[in-house]
Design a protein around this ligand. Structure first.
Ligand SMILES: Cc1cc2nc3c(=O)[nH]c(=O)nc-3n(C[C@H](O)[C@H](O)[C@H](O)COP(=O)(O)OP(=O)(O)OC[C@H]3O[C@@H](n4cnc5c(N)ncnc54)[C@H](O)[C@@H]3O)c2cc1C
Length: 276
């Protein structure tokens, strides 16, 4: 039950939403799908004095091809990412990540922008957008700026967004023609957050692997030789030195899984590149 009173706003334009956020920059919260914010408010973890719903902003719900980039509006629901033809044809790993988020209700309500802005360390999208080299467009009443995914995630539920800023668009560059990509996750139960997850992109030369679920913020590694799988595993294991423990897994186990899932994701991407 939400015990705290708050003002509820349902703007119909982005500029109106940004004005409301600016006016409530310290204690206001944007509401997207509500799949993380509402439980947090129920538990009293989040206590906003103003809730600004983005659900009437149809202008933030889109998947658009634009030359070498695909633009995805922040209010695009997970279910649309699962079924969108452009996403399936260009970034199958993004569709795969969306397809395993929670359950059908969560996918019908939850949004890609909400998931990225919330920055749960184990969120399915995070390694995918990191490995793909995404850029995030943040908007406020002061204007817009684009933040590379690599500079965005700062820790557990901490991002580069400033108070009053809204994530409005995810920009994904097309992977090189013939590249192999993969997304893998380790979860104890279907529909639950992963304990570790990894996404990889490889073409002819060096590759990229990103790992989530093990450290406060997901991390990304450039890999000189993707075929050197022992080295990939070692590098990811090293990078997960500050893996966190919780009731589901020890820090050592998570660190070990960072290496194992980085390796498996690169292996799967190599297989896909080679037509497997
Ligand atoms: C039962 C259950 C199971 C789940 N399982 C998984 C899972 O397996 N994998 C997974 O990745 N996720 C999982 N989730 C989380 C789900 O993906 C949520 O959709 C996501 O975390 C938040 O998206 P949302 O649109 O609901 O955002 P909300 O809950 O509305 O918002 C979350 C936070 O982000 C902020 N915010 C929202 N949109 C923006 C924006 N555009 N700009 C700036 N800030 C914004 C809000 O103010 C709030 O602080 C699960 C959730 C539930 C309830």
């Amino acid at each position: 039950m939400i015990s705290q009173e708050f003002d509820f706003h349902a703007p119909t334009t982005l500029s109106e939403a940004l004005e409301l956020l600016a006016a409530n920059a310290e204690d206001g919260k944007a509401l997207a799908g509500g799949m993380s914010l509402v439980p947090a408010m129920n538990l009293g973890i989040a206590r906003p004095t103003a809730v600004i719903s983005l659900n009437r902003l149809a202008e933030l719900d889109y998947v658009r091809e634009d030359g070498d980039v695909v633009r995805i509006g922040a209010m695009t629901r997970h279910a649309r990412i699962v079924s969108d033809e452009v996403v399936a044809g260009t970034f199958p790993l993004l569709a795969q990540a969306a397809a395993v988020i929670g359950d059908v209700q969560v996918r019908n309500r939850g949004t890609i922008g909400g998931s990225i802005a919330h920055a749960d360390p184990a969120a399915d999208y995070l390694p995918v957008v990191l490995a793909l080299g995404a850029g995030f467009v943040a908007a406020s009443t002061a204007g817009e700026r684009t933040i590379p995914a690599r500079d965005f995630f700062r820790g557990v539920m901490a991002t580069a967004l400033a108070p009053g800023e809204l994530l409005v668009e995810i920009q994904l560059p097309r992977p090189p023609a013939g590249a192999g990509t993969a997304y893998l996750r380790l979860a104890r139960l279907e529909g639950s957050f992963p304990l570790a997850n990894a996404a990889a992109v490889v073409d002819g030369g060096p590759g990229t692997v990103a790992v989530g679920g093990t450290t406060g913020a997901p991390f990304v590694l450039e890999i000189e030789d993707p075929e050197a799988l022992d080295e990939v595993e070692r590098s990811a294991h090293d990078a997960a030195a500050d893996a966190f423990p919780d009731l589901a897994a020890t820090a050592e186990y998570r660190r070990s899984m960072a290496g194992v899932f980085a390796r498996r994701a690169v292996e799967a991407a190599l297989e896909q590149r080679n037509g497997g």
